[in-house]
Design a binder for this molecule. Structure first.
Ligand code: PHE
Length: 342
């Protein structure tokens, strides 16, 4: 009787296990509890061994073991099968396609002004200049008086700036750094000073904040020829080997003689285009031989030393190099504009 029950239990349970689908894999645990649990069927049957006739016990015991082993084995096999399936599913879902093209990393760019400053510094340092800085909030003395622009002199009209009080202003030119450096450096020396400058000007090519790069060379026997050859080298390195330059007589209180320097238009190479308004040339900087009065005011012996100086508009340079039509784009901080500078 018990033997028969055991055989039935085995067959039914194996059958049940066989039918369990992956989707209802929890049923396996239920079967396990139903058969082997504390109140499980086989547990009960094992307990019933004590009622079996002693001579039948070995046989019944062996059968119980056999049933237990085969159900256990069948459960484990099925569970392993499901575990493998689960793992495969997981691997399938989490598969990384290593051949998929990358989305690319976000690339930044330098602001066109910073880029021009870096390039100019690079070129000038190779020519033996050292880089200095000066304050943007400057005294009337360094910005004007030491540059031979006395108080109430009409030449002040060329550079109307923002005054904080009668003697403190936002520097209108990096030339202010000339006097500061001449007071502390011992000639001969060669310096450049890039930085922000301010004037009461605003249109498509002028901004109240703009950037200049000042150059100053003080040495014995410095001449206009040295200035010309140095500027020619600088322009060619900045705009390309085929660049030509043109000097026009001009006036600055702190240089004598003074010139304005034009470069051949890098877009049309001198033929005439929109950028250069058909002239083939672009106005880029002021320069000249340092006025001996300026040297003397800063304590440099003008009998022994001479100098030349130049002052670049960096915004204009950046606009030319990047074909930017309006200076205001440089100060809008519009990400769409900046992204084009990559
Ligand atoms: N500081 C002058 C300006 O801003 C430019 C300049 C610099 C001219 C050095 C001559 C020498 O207009």
């Amino acid at each position: 009787m018990l033997l028969e029950e055991l055989v039935n239990l085995k067959n039914e349970t194996l059958n049940e296990i066989e039918k369990v689908e992956y989707e209802s894999k929890k049923d396996l645990q239920e079967i396990r509890v139903k058969v082997f649990g504390k109140n499980g069927i086989l547990t009960a049957m094992s307990k019933g061994m004590k009622d079996v006739e002693p001579q039948d016990r070995p046989k019944v015991g062996a059968l119980i073991n056999e049933v237990r082993n085969s159900i256990e084995q069948s459960l484990v096999e099925k569970e392993n099968e499901f575990k493998a399936k689960e793992l495969n599913e997981k691997l399938e879902n989490e598969k990384i396609d290593i051949t998929e093209p990358s989305k690319g990393s976000l690339k930044g760019a330098f602001h066109p002004i910073s880029d021009v400053i870096d390039r100019m510094i690079d070129i000038c340092v190779k020519m033996g200049f050292s880089v200095v800085e000066g304050p943007e909030i400057e005294s009337d003395y360094y910005n004007f008086e030491a540059m031979n622009i006395p108080k109430n002199h009409p030449s002040r009209d060329m550079q109307d700036t923002f005054f904080i009080n009668d003697n403190i202003l936002l520097r209108s030119q990096t030339s202010a750094v000339q006097a500061r450096e001449m007071e502390i450096q011992k000639p001969p020396f060669k310096i450049i000073c890039p930085g922000k400058t301010y004037r009461n000007d605003s249109d498509s090519t002028h901004s109240p904040i703009f950037h200049q790069l000042e150059g100053l060379v003080i040495d014995e026997n410095v001449s206009m020829a040295d200035l010309k050859s140095m500027l020619m080298t600088l322009m060619k390195r900045l705009f390309g080997e085929d660049t030509t330059i043109r000097f026009r007589p001009s006036f600055f209180p702190f240089t004598e003689p003074s010139i304005e320097v034009d470069v051949s238009c890098p877009t049309c190479h001198g033929k005439g285009c929109n950028l250069c308004k058909g002239t083939g040339m672009l106005e880029l900087l002021g320069a000249g031989i340092v006025n001996p009065k300026v040297l003397e005011m800063s304590g440099i012996d003008s009998k022994k030393y001479r100098g030349f100086a130049f002052g670049f508009g960096l915004d204009r340079t950046a606009m030319i190099l990047n074909s930017i039509g309006n200076i205001k784009y440089l100060y809008k901080n519009d990400i769409r504009f900046l992204e084009q500078m990559k």
